[in-house]
Design a protein around this ligand. Structure first.
Ligand code: GLU
Length: 412
C-alpha cells in the first residue's frame, strides 16, 4: 500500500512512462501536486508517487550572504499576493503566507541568476495596499539601492500591482531596475505561473533596464514574459496568466524562457540613466471616480474636502452636464479635479464638445493619455510634493515617467 503523502515529502512519481522526483505539495481534485526540481508543478495520480525522503531542515541557510561573488546582487522585497501564497489548510483558501526567503527556497533556479537579500515588507493581498505602504515600500527599495542592490524585485498581488508600480515610478528616481512581479495562479496549482514569472523578474532585474517595470507572462504558454512600463500597464483579465498588457505603448521589453534572454526596446530607460533619489511624500486624500450615465450629482458630495479627484470620464473626457456645477464647486473649494478617459487608448481633449469646454471653464485639468489609475497615484504624489496649485496642475499635464505621452500611439 502507498504511504500517505505529507506536504514537504520528497517523492518519486512514475507518470506517463517517466520517473520524476519532486516535493509533494498538496492534493487537489484527486491529483497529487508535486513541485519538480525545476520549480514547476505537475499533477499526478497520488498512487504513482513513492516517498523517498524528507526535506533537509532549513536552519543554517543564510540567504543574505553572498552565494557567488560573480553574480549580481538583487534584493527581493515581498509584499504578499498570490506569488507569495499557499493554501491555508484550515479554510482551503489561498493566503499570503510566504515571504521572500520562502520564494527563493521554492524556486531554486533563481540562485543561478543572482545573490539575494530578502526583505519581508508585508504579507497582504494587494487590495489591502495603501499609500502608507507605498511609502514604506519606496523607502525600503531606495535604501536597498543605496546599499548596493543592482536590481530590485518587488513581489506583489496582481490586482493592484499597476497602482504600486506607478506609485514607485513617481516616488523613486532609479539607476537600476525595480521589477514588480506577481502570479495569477498559486504555487500549489499545476498551472502556476509563479516560478516562470519570478525567474523572468530576476532576469529583468539583472538586465540593462533602469526604470520601474512590471514583469509577467506575455502569452498563455511558458515561453516569454513581457516587461511593461510601471505607469502604462493594466491587469486585463481576472485569471489568465497573460493578463497584463501595456496600454498606449508596446511592452518596453521581453524575456525569453527558459533561456532567460532579455531584450529591451528602444523606449526602455537604460541602467544608470538616472541618479538615485527618493521623494516619498504622498497626499492620500485623493480619489478616483468613474463617471456613468445617470450619475447623481450628489455623489460628488462624498469628495468635499478632498485634495484631489481624478475622474475617469467618457470618450474624450466627459461627464454629464448635470455634474459640472458640483465639480466647479469642488474646484472652488480647493479640490484639484483631473480628467482621464475610460477608453484605454488615446488622450482626453475637452475642447471638442460643449461639456468638455464647460469642464475646462470650471477648472478641470486634462491629464492627456494618463491612465486613470496612474493619474490617481500621480495626483497623490504631486499634491504631496508641490503646494503651489498652478505648478501642481502643470505637473499633472506634463510627462514625468512615461505616463502622459505627448503623442499617443494610434491603434494600440
Ligand atoms: N487579490 C489578491 C492580490 O491582488 C490575489 C491576486 C493575485 O495576487 O494575483 O493580492
Amino acid at each position: 500500500m502507498t504511504a500517505r503523502l505529507v506536504s514537504g515529502d520528497l517523492v518519486r512519481c512514475d507518470h506517463g512512462g517517466m520517473s520524476r522526483n519532486g516535493i509533494y505539495i498538496t492534493e487537489r481534485d484527486g491529483m497529487a501536486v508535486v513541485k519538480l526540481d525545476s520549480g514547476y508543478n505537475i499533477g499526478v495520480i497520488p498512487g504513482s508517487c513513492t516517498v523517498i525522503g524528507h526535506p533537509e531542515p532549513a536552519p543554517g541557510r543564510n540567504l543574505d550572504v553572498v552565494q557567488d561573488s560573480k553574480l549580481p546582487n538583487l534584493s527581493i522585497v515581498s509584499t504578499g499576493g498570490t506569488i507569495a501564497s499557499r493554501i491555508d489548510y484550515r479554510t482551503g483558501s489561498v493566503t499570503s503566507q510566504f515571504n521572500a526567503s520562502d520564494i527563493l527556497l521554492a524556486i531554486p533556479e533563481l540562485a543561478e541568476i543572482a545573490n539575494y537579500r530578502t526583505i519581508p515588507l508585508a504579507t497582504i493581498l494587494s487590495e489591502n495596499m495603501t499609500p502608507a505602504i507605498w511609502q514604506d515600500l519606496a523607502r525600503t527599495v531606495h535604501d536597498e539601492i543605496r546599499g548596493g542592490a543592482q536590481g530590485i524585485i518587488v513581489t506583489h498581488g496582481t490586482d493592484t500591482m499597476a497602482y504600486s508600480a506607478a506609485a514607485l515610478s513617481f516616488m523613486i528616481d532609479t539607476p537600476v531596475p525595480i521589477v514588480f512581479v506577481g502570479s495569477q495562479r498559486s504555487a500549489d496549482r499545476p498551472s502556476s505561473d509563479n516560478a516562470m514569472n519570478a525567474v523572468c523578474a530576476a532576469a529583468a532585474a539583472t538586465s540593462d533596464l533602469g526604470e520601474v517595470a512590471v514583469v509577467m507572462h506575455a502569452t498563455t504558454s511558458d515561453d516569454v514574459c513581457s516587461i511593461h512600463r510601471g505607469t502604462r500597464v493594466r491587469k486585463m483579465h481576472t485569471s489568465r496568466r497573460d493578463a497584463f498588457r501595456s496600454l498606449g505603448i508596446s511592452p518596453i521589453g521581453g524575456i525569453e524562457f527558459p533561456s532567460r534572454k532579455v531584450t529591451l526596446g528602444p523606449a526602455a530607460v537604460r541602467r544608470g540613466t538616472n541618479s538615485l533619489a527618493l521623494r516619498d511624500k504622498m497626499e492620500p486624500h485623493c480619489a478616483l471616480v468613474q463617471f456613468y450615465p445617470g450619475m447623481f450629482p450628489d455623489v460628488l458630495k462624498a469628495y468635499e474636502g478632498y485634495e484631489g479627484l481624478v475622474i475617469s470620464g467618457t470618450g474624450l473626457g466627459h461627464v454629464s452636464t448635470a455634474l459640472i456645477p458640483g465639480l466647479a464647486r469642488l474646484i472652488h473649494e480647493g479640490t484639484m479635479v483631473v480628467m482621464t478617459s475610460q477608453c484605454m487608448n488615446g488622450r482626453v481633449c475637452d475642447r471638442v464638445y460643449d461639456t468638455g469646454r464647460d469642464l475646462l471653464a470650471a477648472g478641470v485639468i486634462e491629464a492627456g493619455d494618463t491612465l486613470p489609475e496612474a493619474a490617481l497615484v500621480k495626483l497623490m504624489w504631486v499634491l504631496g510634493n508641490e503646494n503651489n496649485r498652478e505648478k501642481a496642475a502643470a505637473l499633472m499635464q506634463r510627462d514625468l515617467r512615461g505616463e502622459c505621452m505627448r503623442r499617443s500611439a494610434y491603434g494600440l
